[in-house]
Design a protein around this ligand. Structure first.
Ligand code: GLN
Length: 186
């Protein structure tokens, strides 16, 4: 039984729950999805999802319960795999868990939200439907890229921390959630 934490303070959470459940069924692995709201919820995780939403709202919401400080400690102590999407990727970059600098809303207002096919390099998958919603942008690229929109880096894997500026949970392709569960099993 794997325990996968999902930060619940703000953002796109239901879609991640559904994607995790479907990926677990495909991999025939039993999971418990733990909804994380306070720092004491964060111990004993096998994997973690930081969803998209508004990174500022997440940090403000976290202040009273100190959820994120608990999470950063758990990531460091237990080296669990982490999937951060969109605002979650912003938090990973700001925390230094991925070293690539990130710019909030970096794709600008005129392109606040768009869909585009992207290239990925994860398992056997090579093409992915990228959904970008007021997406952040890696301002300097990264040597740890695993996803590209044309020539631009939109996904990074450093150690076990994956930061994606798009929203895989809004597509039918489960490869990123499968990646998280596979890593959590190791
Ligand atoms: N623009 C948001 C932020 O800065 C991120 C958008 C998203 O997660 N869809 O936090």
């Amino acid at each position: 039984m794997l325990t996968i934490g999902l930060a619940m303070l703000q953002g796109a959470r239901r879609e991640h729950i559904h994607a995790l459940q479907r990926a677990a069924a495909l991999l025939e692995v039993e999971i418990e999805i733990r909804e994380l709201r306070k720092s004491t919820d964060t111990t004993g995780l096998d994997g973690l999802i930081l969803p998209g939403g508004e990174s500022t709202a997440m940090k403000i919401a976290s202040r009273s319960e100190d959820l994120y400080s608990g999470l950063w400690k758990e990531i460091e102590d237990s080296e669990i795999p982490v999937l951060g999407t969109c605002a979650g990727a912003i938090l990973l970059s700001q925390q230094g868990l991925v070293t690539a600098p990130i710019e909030r809303n970096g794709f600008g207002r005129q392109r606040e939200s768009f869909q585009s096919q992207i290239q990925i390099d994860i398992d056997e998958e090579k093409i992915f439907p990228g959904v970008f919603i007021r997406a952040p942008r890696f301002s300097k690229g990264s040597p740890h890229a695993i996803a590209w929109l044309d020539d631009e880096v939109v996904g990074i894997l450093e150690g076990k921390c994956m930061a994606l500026t798009f929203h895989p949970e809004l597509t039918d392709n489960l490869c990123f959630h499968r990646w998280l569960l596979n890593e959590a099993m190791l």
